[in-house]
Design a protein around this ligand. Structure first.
Ligand code: HEC
Ligand code: HEC
Length: 216
């Protein structure tokens, strides 16, 4: 073989080795994400569609950036450390069990790739039309017209695949300072004053009833 051909052959081999290594690193991450998800499924359900009985919301198909951001919120204690946050305290140790570097990303990628589940409404008495007015005047700027969330708006959450009973609890948590009041919780700090504009439970039910019609 001429030297040039040798070089070419080596380059091809290196390229193949790199491709194989890259593919298997990806496969390892996929496997790791699937393995970690076994734990999450206990509460969030096999399809990650949520289980109201244990207070775990639907998370299937949510954007990866949002899942990662919230797992970090739990890990840092911005969520799940307030004395009255019983549900958050249930979740926080789960987020902290993701100990290996890359675990948060791997499990988030796995959940983001699951088919979204649209949870059925459970709340009654919400007025969709009145909720639309509230949503279009208060929430739309950050959460977007379809409530699909906005990473660039301090990570405004996607709401259109969420469970209504879970959103109700989160709004109450923000209002009560159970979520969003820790120093350094910038996203939460954005949300709290917005929630103060919802004057009573009826307002909250109305806006959630409207959100439940979006993104279907
Ligand atoms: C022991 C039950 C339990 C297990 C296991 C569990 N979770 Fe949760 N998770 C919850 C509860 C309860 C909440 C709601 C917390 C709240 O109301 O503030 C929650 C909330 C979340 C949220 C926030 C969703 C949102 O819309 O902001 C994410 C993300 C999440 N869990 C991911 C996971 C992942 C990933 C795993 C597996 C590593 C996992 N959970 C395991 C109970 C659990
Ligand atoms: C100024 C921007 C902004 C506005 C306006 C806003 N939000 Fe939010 N919202 C956020 C951010 C940022 C988060 C994520 C907070 C975090 O990281 O914990 C959030 C989170 C939420 C959550 C929690 C979702 C989850 O999965 O845990 C709900 C529910 C919610 N918003 C509802 C509303 C409703 C309803 C309105 C209008 C009445 C509204 N928001 C207006 C920025 C906003």
């Amino acid at each position: 073989m001429a030297p040039n051909q040798n070089c070419a052959a080596i380059l091809v081999l290196v390229a193949i080795a790199c491709l194989v290594a890259g593919a298997s690193a990806g496969a390892d991450e996929n496997q790791r994400g699937a393995d970690l998800f076994r734990l999450c499924a206990v509460c969030h359900g096999e399809n990650a569609g949520g289980q109201q009985a244990v207070g775990a919301p639907a998370i299937a198909g949510m954007p990866q950036w949002y899942l990662e951001a919230q797992l970090k919120q739990f890990r840092s204690g911005n969520r799940g450390t307030h004395f009255d946050d019983l549900m958050g305290m249930r979740m926080r140790p789960m987020a902290r069990s993701l100990v290996r570097e890359g675990d948060v990303e791997a499990v988030s990628a796995h959940i983001a790739a699951l088919p979204p589940v649209d949870p059925a409404p459970t709340l009654t008495g919400g007025d969709v039309e009145a909720g639309k007015v509230l949503f279009s005047t208060i929430c739309i700027t950050c959460h977007g017209p379809e409530a699909a969330g906005n990473k660039d708006m301090m990570g405004a959450a996607p709401l259109n695949r969420s469970s209504d009973w879970y959103m109700f609890r989160q709004v109450m948590n923000f209002k009560g300072g159970i979520r969003g009041s820790r120093p350094g919780d910038q996203g939460g700090a954005l949300m709290r004053p917005m929630m103060m504009q919802l004057k009573d439970e009826q307002d909250i039910k109305n806006v959630i009833a409207y959100i439940m019609t979006l993104g279907k």
